[in-house]
Write a protein that binds this ligand. Sequence first.
Ligand code: PMT
Length: 407
Amino acid sequence: MLRGKHILLGVTGSIAAYKAAVLIRLLVKEGAEVRVVMTPLAKEFITPLTLATLSRHPILVDFFDPEDGRWNSHISLGEWADAYLIAPATANTLAKMAGGVADNLLLTTYLSARCPVFVSPAMDLDMYAHVATQENLGKLRRRNVSIIEPEEGELASGLVGKGRMAEPEKIVEALQRWFSGQKKRGLSGKRLMVTAGPTREAIDPVRYISNHSSGKMGYALAEELAARGAEVFLVTGPTQLSVKDGIHRIDVVSAQEMYERACEIFPETDGAIMCAAVADYTPAEVSDRKIKKDDGSWALELRPTHDIAAELGKNKGSRLLVGFALETDHEHSHAHAKLERKRFDFIVLNSLRDAGAGFGVDTNKITILERNGSETAYPLKSKRETAVDIVDKIENYLLSPDSRPSE
Ligand code: PMT
């Protein structure tokens, strides 16, 4: 949830500042990029060297570098951050934040930050309980600052009570919860279609041609899109899977049925993700009786099915169209050809040559190929996690249309 997120950590002068080191380590482990701004007093409690080493960035304390006069811009720090976390936050810093005081870099950054702000108070129990502190926290809460409640326990003073800074793990969880809530809202108002599973092409009343698709990848995508607030239309071939409430499930059997339903639904959506393993050929004729066995060989005549994705691509307009390529050889050139031919915005390549990828299994290993030539390879992950990676890309394309490479 925190992968790639920019977390600006503000550290103030409290004995709990030592926990900032653990906090940075956890955030970096979760994949976040962390930059640190400290109040001058915080340096007395933990050295900038420690925090710089852990965060892999120089620590910012002053408005400008005393050596060369370089300006430390609080505005660009605030713009860089996806979240500003002040931990530990002393009673003094909370009071200054509530009052709009701007006498250090940490505070000016707070005043100019446009990102969500979190504070993790740390102080003695009486300071925390004091009406002034509580009023300040109330003011900050009303301004949408998230307060990560301190814990009860032994305090630096030797007293026992509420005021201990929350443990770093709890703070990281609070950030994760917030970002997951954000993600959920990211696609609200968007309508997306997902095709999933195999199709079955009848030969006679008892036999059919199909493939090994279980539907797992497509259903994981549908669930991730729905979790982020999208209205999802899942056009699915026969599978053993069930879907969560809130996803519109449209069951189909054959490629022709999938084609008809997909063509009906697509114009009403903001885009489609074509994950189904659709039969490319279907029997030219379907016998209405069971075909009887005889001793000779038997040739079955097949005719091509509609290429659903290619058909949707013809009239996609500004809609997003995401394809899959399931390959066994010449993976990249085949995927590129499909990206072009079917007018996908991007294509997700999975190869049956990679162990743990493709049909049936709970994992997948994908590469996303985009129209601008960029290719991003992901390691083997669960299909649920793979869906998160794909939907991250979809969200980017839908929410920042400018980032979408033109055809
Ligand atoms: O269902 P699982 O067991 O979880 O397995 C997942 C998966 C392997 C099926 C999935 O990850 C995947 O790769 N799906 C696409 C399979 C496929 O048919 O790929 P393709 O390379 O043959 O087709 C290219 C694209 O065109 C696909 O987006 C496909 O949905 C679409 N297509 C293909 C043929 C057709 N007649 N109509 C289509 O729309």
